[in-house]
Design a protein around this ligand. Structure first.
Ligand SMILES: [Zn+2]
Length: 88
């Protein structure tokens, strides 16, 4: 290997290294974006789950009869005051 080709080789290596750094930065940046997107999606999913699936969360929400306004227990499907079916 001549001195000239070694120099070219090193220059080439440097160029590749710089390119790789740039790619790594981009990769890490998009990885960060992906992680935060997944995190926010997960928090949305857990919020939806607690809102729709958790029975305790459902019981905590006050429900009232749409006809007479009487307070209703979560398990009631008919109003205990006026007997109208409860809209869920
Ligand atoms: Zn009622």
């Amino acid at each position: 290997m001549s001195e000239r080709s070694i120099e070219e080789f090193l220059t080439d290596l440097e160029a590749r290294g710089a390119e790789q750094d740039e790619r790594e930065r981009m990769l890490l940046g998009s990885l960060d974006e992906g992680i935060s997107a997944v995190r926010s999606a997960a928090s949305v999913v857990s919020r939806l789950k607690s809102a729709s699936e958790s029975p305790s969360a459902r019981k905590q929400r006050p429900r009232f009869c749409g006809h007479c306004g009487a307070p209703l227990a979560a398990e009631h499907s008919f109003c205990t005051q006026c007997g109208q079916p409860v809209e869920i």
